[in-house]
Unconditional design. Structure first.
Lengths: 274, 113
């Protein structure tokens, strides 16, 4: 009767424990290379095959332990600033300026100072779209900085779709805005371990949209300013968006200045002899 | 040294081992064991998740080849990895110096006789 191959059995167990991984075949191939190499060395020392395999597997660790180690180690560890994260810091500062421009242009297009025109409104919408895209890029940079590159496609796709939806249905801006706040809340909660933790001004990005919505509702209830042909209070919307812009600026400058100020990992190129 | 005590330092150790040149997983572990004088006692399989994460983070790069009829993955340090090693090693040296300094102060005084 042939001896059972303990390595084959171990690899089958490992494959079962890690079946949800996309790279399972690569992991198994790599582990098999390790186990066969180690067994071969013990065989060379005149250890019988089964004993060599048993010792090798013991040293490698139980398959469930190794699977757990892979699951636990998918994030964390050393995550260095990079050209991408520094660039997203610069984008944050530009985006902060764009949000200020949005607030100013919104006042200009609101009909409070000069008559309302569609052309002016379109200008505002294009700047809003640019500010939203910039905000998405900042979120992507933050996600990369906290070492979760796996989340980048999700954040980027959801962000761009959100930006298009926001701009196309701008009358629903409070709802879209709350999505932005919720997104930054999730990012900041995950970001606490990066770059020395989250600072108070960072939370302004989360507070911006609820505060802006609250301002609009409050001023509308107080019937501040004139009523337009849609029954809205333009003053309430102008002031509400100004609150949003101010808080987004505070948060973006806080995050952006830190991201851009970090030394990029690509900077030192000295060869290290450890 | 048990695996738990090594946790948090493995990244630095793996980067340091790979600073001398490309190695496959088994050789990385062998170098870790040899260079530590067999002091590191951890399940060898737990080193692979670290290699994969560092690879994913861009601190290592890897490529596959054929060796004795098997697929073999070899890792090498990237420029970002070298920069991370410089930074992490400097932080470790500062930390170790501080701990050593504190421990020196805690050395028991010789008994007065």
């Amino acid at each position: 009767m042939p001896e059972p191959d303990l390595i084959d059995r171990y690899l089958t167990e490992l494959r079962k424990s890690m079946s949800s991984r996309n790279d399972i075949e690569d992991v198994v191939a790599e582990v098999e290379d390790h186990l066969r190499e180690a067994t071969g060395r013990l065989n060379a020392l005149d250890r019988p095959k089964s004993e060599a395999q048993r010792l090798t597997i013991e040293r490698f660790g139980d398959s469930s332990l190794v699977a757990k180690a892979f699951a636990a180690d998918s994030a964390g560890g050393i995550v260095m600033p990079s050209v991408i994260t520094r660039t997203s810091g610069a984008v944050a500062l530009v985006t902060a300026a764009l949000w200020c421009l949005v607030a100013t242009l919104n006042w200009w297009a609101s009909g409070l100072s000069v008559p309302f025109t569609e052309d002016r409104w379109m200008v505002v919408m294009w700047v809003v779209f640019a500010a939203l895209l910039g905000t998405v890029l900042v979120a992507v940079g933050m996600v990369i900085r906290m070492g979760r590159r796996d989340l980048v496609p999700l954040v980027a796709v959801a962000g761009v779709l959100g930006a298009v939806g926001f701009t196309a249905t701008a009358w629903m801006w409070p709802i879209w805005g709350l999505f932005i706040s919720a997104g930054f809340l999730l990012v900041l909660l995950r970001w606490r371990g990066s770059m020395g933790g989250v600072r108070l001004p960072d939370w302004a990005m989360v507070a911006a949209w609820p505060a802006g919505l609250g301002t609009v509702v409050g001023l509308s209830v107080l019937e501040a300013g004139p009523i337009d042909e849609y029954g809205d209070h333009p003053v309430a919307v102008v002031v509400g968006l100004a609150v949003v812009a101010a808080l987004m600026t505070v948060g973006l400058v806080s995050v952006g200045s830190r991201l851009i100020g970090e030394k990029s990992a690509r900077a030192p190129r000295a060869v290290v002899h450890a | 040294m048990k695996g738990q005590a090594l946790k948090g330092h493995l990244d630095l150790l793996v980067l340091a081992v790979l600073a001398d040149g490309p190695l496959h997983g088994y050789a990385v572990i062998e170098h870790l064991r040899d260079r530590s004088g067999d002091a590191f006692d951890l399940p060898e399989g737990t080193v692979y998740p670290v290699l994969h994460r560092l690879d994913g983070a861009g601190l290592l790069a890897s490529n596959w080849s054929e060796a004795t009829g098997r697929r073999r993955r070899t890792y090498r340090l990237t420029d970002d990895g070298r920069a991370a090693l410089v930074q992490e090693r400097s932080q470790w040296q500062q930390f170790a110096a501080a701990v050593t300094s504190v421990l020196k102060g805690a050395e028991p005084c010789p008994n007065p006789t």
